[in-house]
Write a protein that binds this ligand. Structure first.
Ligand SMILES: CCCCCCC/C=C/C(=O)SCCNC(=O)CCNC(=O)[C@H](O)C(C)(C)COP(=O)(O)OP(=O)(O)OC[C@H]1O[C@@H](n2cnc3c(N)ncnc32)[C@H](O)[C@@H]1OP(=O)(O)O
Ligand SMILES: NC(=O)C1=CN([C@@H]2O[C@H](COP(=O)(O)OP(=O)(O)OC[C@H]3O[C@@H](n4cnc5c(N)ncnc54)[C@H](OP(=O)(O)O)[C@@H]3O)[C@@H](O)[C@H]2O)C=CC1
Length: 295
C-alpha cells in the first residue's frame, strides 16, 4: 500500500542541525545520533579540541559535521557565529540548545557573579541562540528548536541558580512557540532527570555520591543514559513531531512526578550529619565549620 514511515534511516537527510555543547555528554551523543540519521551537524561550544574530536568521530563514521567555537553568553559572538553557520550551510532546519551546566552550591554561598554566570549560561545563552537562528533564517523556512532544561519546579537544594534559569527557559519555550508558530517554527524542551553523562563527572564526589544513593527515589530505580535523552531530542526535531510545539518532555524515569523529595531536607532540629552533599549544605546554612564545603 506504499506506506512510508517517518521513522526511516534517513530521517534527517538534507537537514542541517545545530547542537550547542556538542563537544561532550548529551550534546555529543545527540550529534552522533543525528548524523547517523543523515543530518549535517553543526557543533558549537567553547573548547575547540572537544568540538574537533567529535566532528572527527562523526566523519570517521561516515557522517557530516562542522564546528564553530562560541561562548553562547556573548551576544556579538552568537550573532557572528550564527551568521557564519548560515554562510556555511544556507538553511538551518534544527537547533538543539543543549549547552549548559552549573556548580552545585547552596543558595547562601552563591555570589552575584556566580548566579549571573549560571543564569547567562542556561537562560540568556539559549535565548540568544534561538533568537539569532530564528531571525537569521529559520523564520523564512520553518524548523524545530529543542531546549534542554531540567524539571526542578519543586525546588532542589544546591541547584537554586540553575533551577531558576531552567524554569525561565521552560517559559521561554512556550512563548517562543506561541510567537513563532505562524512561521512554521516549532519550539519544545526536554527535561532530563539524573543522567549518567560525562558532564556529571565534573562534580565533586560528595555531590555524585548523593545522586547515586538517591537513585532509589526514582520510580524506574536508575539513572538515565545519554542516548535516552538524545532519542527524545531527535523525535522532537523530526517530522514525527510536526504538530508538537510549546511542550516540555520529561526524560527522568518519573522522578519529577508526584511529590517525591529527591533530596533529603537538611534537618537542623537534630544534629545527625547528612550524607554527601548535605555535609556541605548544612554547615553553610547554619554557619558551622565544615571541611566539605568545596562546592
Ligand atoms: C528530577 C530532575 C533532576 C534534574 C537535575 C538536573 C541535574 C543537572 C545535571 C547537569 O547539568 S550535569 C552536567 C552539566 N555540566 C556542568 O555542569 C559542567 C560543569 N559546570 C561548569 O562548567 C560551570 O558551572 C558553567 C557555569 C557551566 C560554566 O562556567 P564558566 O567556566 O564560565 O565559569 P567559571 O569561570 O568557572 O566561573 C565563573 C564564576 O562563577 C562562580 N563559580 C564558579 N564555580 C563556582 C563554585 N564551584 N562555587 C562558587 N562559585 C563558583 C564564580 O563567581 C566564578 O567567578 P570567579 O570566582 O572565577 O571570579
Ligand atoms: N546530565 C544530567 O543529569 C543533566 C543534564 N542537563 C543539561 O543537559 C545539558 C548537557 O549536559 P551534559 O551533557 O550532562 O554535560 P556536559 O558538561 O558534558 O555538557 C555541557 C556542554 O555545554 C557546553 N557549554 C557550557 N557553557 C557554554 C558556553 N557558555 N558556551 C558554549 N558552550 C558551553 C560545554 O562545552 P565547552 O566546554 O566547549 O564550553 C559542554 O560541552 C546541560 O545543559 C545540562 O545542564 C539537564 C538535566 C540533567
Amino acid at each position: 500500500m506504499g506506506y512510508r514511515s517517518v521513522f526511516r534511516p534517513d530521517l534527517f537527510a538534507g537537514r542541517n542541525i545545530i547542537v550547542t555543547g556538542g563537544g561532550s555528554g548529551i550534546g555529543r551523543c545527540t550529534a552522533h545520533e543525528l548524523a547517523s540519521l543523515g543530518a549535517r551537524v553543526v557543533l558549537i561550544g567553547r573548547k575547540e579540541d572537544k568540538l574537533k574530536n567529535v566532528a572527527a568521530e562523526i566523519t570517521e563514521d561516515g557522517g557530516q559535521a562542522i564546528w564553530f567555537t562560541c561562548d553562547i553568553r556573548e551576544e556579538e559572538a552568537v550573532k557572528n557565529t550564527v551568521a557564519d553557520v548560515y554562510k556555511a550551510v544556507e538553511v538551518v532546519h534544527g537547533l538543539v540548545n543543549n549547552a549548559g551546566g552549573q556548580f552545585p552550591s547552596p543558595l547562601a554561598l552563591i555570589s552575584q557573579k556566580g548566579w549571573e554566570t549560571v543564569v547567562r549560561t542556561n537562560l540568556t545563552g539559549g535565548f540568544l541562540m534561538a533568537r539569532e537562528v530564528f531571525m537569521q533564517g529559520m523564520n523564512r523556512n520553518g524548523g524545530s528548536i529543542v531546549n534542554i532544561i531540567a524539571d526542578m519546579w519543586g525546588g532542589m537544594p544546591g541547584m537554586g541558580h540553575s533551577g531558576a534559569a531552567r524554569a525561565g527557559m521552560d517559559n521561554f519555550t512556550k512563548t517562543a512557540a506561541f510567537e513563532w508558530g505562524c512561521t512554521g517554527v516549532r519550539v519544545n524542551a526536554v527535561a532530563p532527570g539524573w543522567i549518567a553523562s560525562s558532564g556529571m563527572d565534573t562534580y565533586p564526589e560528595s555531590f555524585k555520591s548523593t545522586i547515586r544513593t538517591l537513585r532509589a527515589a526514582v520510580p524506574l530505580k536508575r539513572m538515565g543514559e545519554e542516548a535516552e535523552v538524545s532519542a527524545a531530542i531527535c523525535f522532537l526535531l523530526s517530522d514525527a513531531a510536526a504538530f508538537i510545539s510549546g511542550d516540555t518532555l520529561r526524560i527522568d524515569g518519573a522522578a519529577s512526578q508526584g511529590n517525591i523529595a529527591i533530596f533529603p531536607l537538611p534537618d537542623h532540629q537534630h544534629s545527625k550529619p547528612f550524607d554527601g552533599f548535605h555535609r556541605a549544605v548544612k554547615p553553610a546554612l547554619f554557619n558551622e565549620d565544615s571541611d566539605d564545603a568545596s562546592h
